[in-house]
Design a protein around this ligand. Sequence first.
Ligand SMILES: CC(C)(COP(=O)(O)OP(=O)(O)OC[C@H]1O[C@@H](n2cnc3c(N)ncnc32)[C@H](O)[C@@H]1OP(=O)(O)O)[C@@H](O)C(=O)NCCC(=O)NCCS
Length: 329
Amino acid sequence: MSSYGVTIAGIGSYVPERVLTNAELETMVETTDEWIRTRTGIEERHIARPDEPCSAIACEAAKRALAAANLKPEEIDLILVATFTGDKTLPNTGCYLQHRLGAVNAASFSMEAACSGFIYGLEVGANMVRSGGYRRVLVVGAEKISSVVDWTDRNTCVLFGDGAGAVVLQRAPLGQDCLLAVKLGADGRYTELLQTPAGGSLQPLTAELVAQRANCIKMEGREIFKLAVNAMCDASRTALEQAGVTADQIRWVIPHQANLRIISSVGKYLGVPEEKVYVNINRFGNTSAASIPLALDELVRSGQVQSGDLLLLTAFGGGLTWGAAVVRW
Ligand SMILES: CC(C)(COP(=O)(O)OP(=O)(O)OC[C@H]1O[C@@H](n2cnc3c(N)ncnc32)[C@H](O)[C@@H]1OP(=O)(O)O)[C@@H](O)C(=O)NCCC(=O)NCCS
């Protein structure tokens, strides 16, 4: 039962300074700018510094979201970081972020749903606010994927980038709610399609496993592609129906940025014209849990989202996990 509604009080994002171009990748693995652009839509991605962990990337996005919400760090009472590339397995990255930010009054944790992490985080954070336990929840999608990329594997190293996006969710009167509907899903039969095989409790790291780069991302791209389009479209249709909204009422579809061809197919199957489907994969690659808030922040800051606009967010990722959310801005 909800005691309150929830609004988005502010949004922010950040990408590390260093840009890695397709031309540079051509010198690292057997690939071409042409292949990467035509098969994925990616032209460049941002890569964090060695001394810039996930929490540092998250912190920059969080500071910008707090500034947009006109709030001080100590006014946040819960931090939730969605990531699969946290600073360490233990402790959780939320605590590193809390300390960096000076959010001394915030309970802090991280959660992992790969590329769907931000939509999962929104649902969790919004319900923490609605239940009345928390007034202001900072939800951050942040990744330093470059730290788990096998830079010798052309199948994956061209795809990913680092970055973060954050929103501040804030208590509102009951009946006033920005999150009209959320549909989440998962299918654990497909855990092997996208994984870091070693480094967890199933296969703790050994020198041999590190030499085999078994702690890095392994992916069956073609299989994921097919599943991704269906799952995002199904979740989107369900979320739209639950929200009582039709696709033509949506101002922007903001899909997870994994592959331009996946994004275009989702837009097409949902019957949403191309110009309403936001794309920035060309500049950032796949930033996993960061991609949706990064895209939304760009739209908001460039004045392309107005108060009252309806947005459809949809994502898909390792797990497999997926989700869709209808937001009234
Ligand atoms: C990874 C992906 C871009 C590959 O595109 P694709 O059109 O499916 O390509 P395929 O896997 O069929 O590979 C085609 C060929 O290109 C080759 N190839 C793969 N990466 C390459 C690269 N960077 N440069 C050049 N050639 C490459 C493959 O080795 C394969 O060669 P082969 O036919 O000789 O075996 C695409 O499948 C994809 O984006 N999948 C979804 C991945 C995803 O979203 N992951 C994250 C989930 S959030």
